[in-house]
Unconditional design. Structure first.
Length: 328
């Protein structure tokens, strides 16, 4: 990987994140099941934003999406990253590209006539998150949006599981083909148990092409039917490096028949949004630097512990030098 000039290229849903603090009673007004992710059509998305304005709830805005969160955190640590995505020809689309560039991520983000996608994250006092997601223009990422030159010069192609559904599935397969052709490693974050449930047979084929896979306990159980340690070993039959994120229980890394347990760093969690994405960023940064996997896992764990102390994936409020120095 040493001859590659870029570290990480990511394919992801380019979504503006709207963070809204709300109590349990007010959350009921939005007809969303607490703690779950809801994909909504344009009309429902407009209705939810209208209600937020009507109740005069405070909104914080950040560029988001799982892969984008990982790439922002990766660039924050000092890595070189490129994001491929699609936004609308609107103010949120402009803001998205500007913010990603400002945070050190190169963008290959084209425009579409649909509105820029967004994710409303309702945060209740117990730190639970409930999502209302309207994908909008993000769904329109096509094969021709992916440049082979970008994949060729990158050490790792990182894919978020959300993109294996709908028309972006073909784009993902094209990117994987280009990665294999150009000796670029492939990293996959499985993202959501629902995605796994709906695409299990396709995932069996996809996972066999992957070099690094990230999943949490629930996703591991959904995919393999096994508890974390056994799930990691089971996946390790197909994937070189398996990472199972276990929240407060730390994480597991299974590589070359060896299981490594990574502990947690103390944190006063106020919002777990993006914790898994930031773990992946820390791990992939260490991996690209040629670190031992245990050290890479510790950086992932440390970064995740710091991000849960912020509201939203406010990576810019942290100090990268200070974080990395804790592992030296």
């Amino acid at each position: 990987m040493t001859h590659k000039s870029n570290d990480l290229i990511g394919l992801g849903n380019a979504l503006m994140d709207f963070l809204v603090e709300v109590d349990d009673h007010k959350l009921l007004e939005f007809n969303l099941k607490k703690g779950e992710m809801h994909l909504v059509e344009e009309e429902k998305a407009k209705e939810i934003l209208h209600k937020i304005n009507h109740y005069q709830l405070k909104i914080e805005t950040l560029p988001g999406g799982s892969a984008a969160n990982t790439l922002r955190a990766f660039a924050f640590l000092g890595g070189k990253a490129i994001l491929c995505g699609k936004v609308g020809k609107d103010k949120h689309g402009e803001m998205y590209v500007q913010e990603m560039n400002k945070q050190g991520v190169q963008t290959r983000i084209n425009n579409h006539t649909k509105n820029t996608g967004h994710a409303v994250t309702f945060i209740t006092p117990d730190s639970q998150r409930t999502f209302s997601v309207h994908l909008g223009a993000a769904l329109e990422l096509y094969k021709e949006d992916i440049l082979e030159e970008d994949i060729q010069k990158s050490k790792i192609l990182h894919i978020e599981g959300y993109q294996i559904e709908g028309q972006t599935k073909e784009t993902v397969l094209q990117a994987i083909q280009l990665a294999q052709k150009n000796n670029t490693l492939i990293s996959l974050d499985l993202a959501d148990p629902g995605v796994i449930r709906r695409n299990k047979s396709f995932l069996k084929e996809l996972v066999a092409k992957v070099d690094i896979i990230f999943l949490n306990e629930e996703e591991a159980k959904e995919y393999t039917g096994l508890q974390p340690e056994e799930a990691a070993k089971d996946l390790g039959r197909y994937v070189k490096t398996v990472v199972v994120k276990r929240g407060a229980q730390g994480s597991l890394i299974y590589h070359h028949h060896t299981l490594t347990k990574i502990g947690v760093f103390p944190a006063k969690a106020i919002d777990t949004t993006g914790a898994g994405d930031c773990y992946a960023a820390g791990f992939l940064y260490g991996y690209c630097q040629g670190w031992e996997l245990e050290k890479a896992g510790k950086l992932g764990s440390l970064l995740a512990s710091r991000i849960v102390e912020q509201k939203g994936v406010a990576i810019g409020k942290l100090n990268a030098t200070e974080i990395k120095s804790k592992l030296l």
